[in-house]
Structure formats: structure tokens, C-alpha cells
Design a protein around this ligand. Structure first.
Ligand code: CTP
Ligand code: CA
Length: 227
């Protein structure tokens, strides 16, 4: 056994990670989605499993292999991800929301294939449940809730607001830049903001290394919660 596996406060703890995009059905053959690759969430799940945690990875559609030792649950829509996640709210010790959950879904998806007729059509969208916020706002003092905030501007205040409004223990502010950080690329530039206000700026790292650094901070937080 690796020495970190024996010493990690995450050893034997159950951790739920959401990852990837969701797909929101427009009709039988079409959907709304985003460019999330799932790489960050999968890297976190793998890094947590290496530390001896019991990891459940709830993922939208991605082209990635399941990290060793991780239990994977495949879902498609935000509602499916929400339903899967809810079954773990009571029992998990740490919930990490790394998924790019679609904020809205078509209100009334057409079951069959929509036909091309009108020059203009409208699709009404309704809000999806906020999976991370729902967990976080009902969590016990022994549970941790970790989120991500992908922002276009280098404006970190939005991330701080999300930490506050969702009452998270930590938020990873993810600077969106097409080439170096965010969706699809292999690297990320994260700033980790803890509930205490403590802020750690990480350099551009592979998503694998960024996940390791994030897990180190989570280990410290969790370790001080349950010595
Ligand atoms: N999240 C979630 N369920 C949703 C939307 C977001 O669990 N329906 C989680 C994400 O996984 C992420 C965090 O909430 O960890 C922040 O997501 P983000 O899209 O940055 O923020 P939103 O609260 O959705 O606000 P907005 O998109 O308007 O910036
Ligand atoms: Ca959002």
C-alpha cells in the first residue's frame, strides 16, 4: 500500500463526484448541451480513489475511461443526474460538483422527430434543479460540499458569490480560456477559495495535477472536521 492511502483522512470515506455535461432533450433525436469533456471530474474521482475513498462518479455522456476503483453511474439529463445524486445525499461524506449541469431544459420535449416547417420556432426552457446547492443547503456539519465556478471573465467575485449562496466549503474558480483552461483542454487554471476566505491560486496544471492539489486541500478540510 501507498503511504498516502493509509494516512489520508479520506480513507474509507464516501465521496460523490458529478462530472461531464448533461443533455437536455429537444425531441427524439436532438438535445441542448455544452462542451464539457468530463476530464476534471474524472481526474478528481481517480485522485480520491487513490487516497482510499469510496468514490461514486455520476457522469453525463463523455468519452473517458472510468478511473480504477471508481463506481460509475451514467446519466444523460440534469434530472437524471439529480435523481442519481439524491440517493447519496444522506450517506456521502463529501460531495464534489464538477459537472457542467445544463441550467435549463426544454419544457416539453417532442417525443418524435420535429419536422421542418415554420420559418421560426420557439423552444421554452425551464430551470433545472441545482444539484450541488440542494446537497449543500441540507448537509450536516460532518459533510463537505465542493463546487466549481467556470467564469468567462477573470472576475473571481462570481465564484465567491456562489460559495456564499450555495454555502459551500470550497469553490474552485475555473478561469475559462479556450486554450489553457476550462472545457475540452487538458489543463486548468484554478483558484481554490475556501469558506474561511483562504485563497490558493494554482498555476496552469494538467487536470490530473489540479485534481491532486484540490484533493490535498479537501483532505485538510475534512481532516480538521473529523480528527
Ligand atoms: N451545479 C449543479 N446543478 C446545476 C447547476 C450547477 O450541481 N443545475 C453545480 C456545478 O456542478 C458547479 C456549481 O454548481 O459545481 C456552479 O455551477 P455554475 O454553472 O458555475 O453556476 P450556476 O449556479 O449554475 O450559475 P451561472 O451558470 O448562472 O453562473
Ligand atoms: Ca450554470
Amino acid at each position: 500500500l501507498h503511504s498516502t492511502q493509509q494516512e489520508s483522512p479520506l480513507q474509507g470515506r464516501s465521496i460523490v463526484v458529478t462530472a461531464g455535461p448533461t443533455r437536455e432533450k429537444i425531441d427524439g433525436v436532438r438535445y441542448i448541451s455544452n462542451y464539457s469533456s468530463g476530464k476534471m471530474g474524472f481526474a478528481i474521482a481517480g485522485a480520491a480513489a487513490k487516497r482510499g475513498a469510496l468514490v461514486t462518479l455520476i457522469t453525463g455522456p463523455v468519452h473517458l475511461e472510468t478511473p480504477p476503483g471508481v463506481k460509475r453511474i451514467d446519466v444523460e439529463s440534469a434530472l437524471e443526474m439529480h435523481a442519481a445524486a439524491r440517493t447519496f445525499f444522506q450517506s456521502c461524506h463529501i460531495f464534489i460538483g464538477a459537472a457542467a449541469v445544463a441550467d435549463y431544459r426544454p419544457a416539453a420535449p417532442y417525443e418524435r422527430k420535429m419536422k421542418k416547417e415554420a420559418e421560426e420556432i420557439e423552444i421554452t426552457l425551464v430551470k433545472n434543479p441545482d444539484i450541488l446547492a440542494e446537497f449543500s443547503l441540507q448537509k450536516s456539519t460532518k459533510q463537505l460540499a465542493i463546487g466549481f465556478a467556470l467564469e468567462m471573465q477573470s472576475d473571481i467575485d462570481n465564484a465567491r458569490k456562489k460559495l456564499e449562496s450555495k454555502q459551500l466549503d470550497l469553490i474552485a474558480f475555473n478561469f475559462f480560456d479556450r486554450k489553457t483552461s476550462g472545457f475540452e483542454v487538458d489543463t486548468n487554471i484554478l483558484t481554490l477559495i475556501e469558506r474561511s476566505g483562504k485563497t490558493t491560486e494554482l498555476p496552469q496544471l494538467t487536470k490530473h495535477d489540479a485534481a491532486e492539489r484540490l484533493l490535498e486541500v479537501i483532505e485538510k478540510q475534512y481532516g480538521s472536521k473529523s480528527p
